[in-house]
Design a protein around this ligand. Structure first.
Ligand code: AMP
Length: 291
């Protein structure tokens, strides 16, 4: 029996946009497993955790009901299902927006102009909440897919759908009007699993690993040698987690300087550092940062 074996259960999307990055994140946390995309259950060899591969629409309810202790799913689905779960952390991938869009030629330019018009969506709960918050009345046309076709079929005057790049909107002659929700993958937990002693400890250990991976994302470790006389100039150029590490080298009046930099800034930094005396600059990836 998988249920009740005392091991932590984490639900991830069986196959879809979040699957690969969720598997990669758990591997980076040091969990050793073979992901069974077509089976329900992938046990982890070196940690008391089992992966459950589920349809992502079901994950919020399964975590709420305790079938899984944890889940990785889009924030959009957690909201839409109104699930009573605890949000542990955002995971920085699976970014998308729930957007109300209208035909490119439509005269509707503001949300107010959609009053009493028809909006098609697969997100009726979130849309209803949004309209209520904005004191707007409109007819919600609930569909189960292909929402972008609704205006062309005269089923609706606008749509409320998930957008990441905007290509689907453009291809279907639609333009964005307003953003209802910004979403990304989140780690959620069942509130009572968190109460049990053994599972609480496992979740805390997992959280330290996940935070370490999230902190390291987009960062590089930079090492360089330089004349001791250039330290102050180099320190001014370098950002760092706290302060750069500076160690003397065997060669007289030379130092080695180590620091952490963002991957978007290291090329610019490298040029400035070189101009200010740094040599033998080495940049390596970081697996994790535990602060
Ligand atoms: P899917 O694999 O299409 O079922 O998408 C799974 C999740 O990925 C969604 O629930 C969203 O949280 C997220 N996502 C990111 N970009 C998109 C997109 N363009 N369309 C749908 N979902 C997206």
């Amino acid at each position: 029996m998988i249920a009740g074996n005392g091991r932590l259960k984490i639900a991830i999307q069986k196959s879809g946009r979040l699957t690969d990055e969720s598997v990669e994140l758990l591997r980076k946390c040091g969990f050793d497993f073979e992901f069974q995309r077509h089976g329900l259950y992938s046990p982890c060899r070196n940690f008391d955790i089992d992966l459950l591969a589920l349809r992502d629409d079901d994950i919020p309810e399964y975590v709420q009901d305790g079938v899984a202790d944890l889940g990785i799913v889009g924030e959009n689905l957690v909201r839409e299902r109104n699930a009573k779960v605890k949000h542990l952390t955002r995971l920085g991938y699976g970014h998308c927006k729930l957007i109300i869009s209208v035909p490119a030629k439509s005269k509707v330019t503001t949300l107010e102009k959609l009053k009493d018009k028809r909006i098609a969506t697969t997100y009726p709960v979130t849309l209803k909440h949004f309209l209520r918050t904005n004191k707007m009345k409109a007819d919600i046309v609930e569909l189960s897919g292909a929402v972008e076709l609704a205006p062309a079929l005269d089923v609706a005057d606008a749509i409320c759908d998930i957008v990441s790049t905007g290509t689907t909107l453009r291809v279907n002659g639609l333009k964005p009007l307003t953003t209802v929700l910004e979403s990304q993958a989140v780690l959620i937990s069942n509130p009572t699993s968190y109460g049990g002693e053994k599972k609480r400890e496992l979740i805390e250990r997992l959280m330290i690993r996940i935070s370490g991976c999230l902190q390291a994302r987009g960062k590089r470790y930079m090492m360089m040698n330089a004349p001791a006389a250039s330290i102050e100039r180099l320190k001014k150029i370098l950002p760092s987690l706290k302060s750069p590490t500076i160690v003397p080298l065997a060669e007289k009046d030379m130092i080695a300087l180590h620091t952490v930099v963002g991957e978007d800034e290291f090329w610019d930094l490298m040029e400035k550092l070189k101009k200010n005396g740094a040599r033998d600059i080495v940049v390596v990836p970081i697996e994790t940062i535990i602060t």
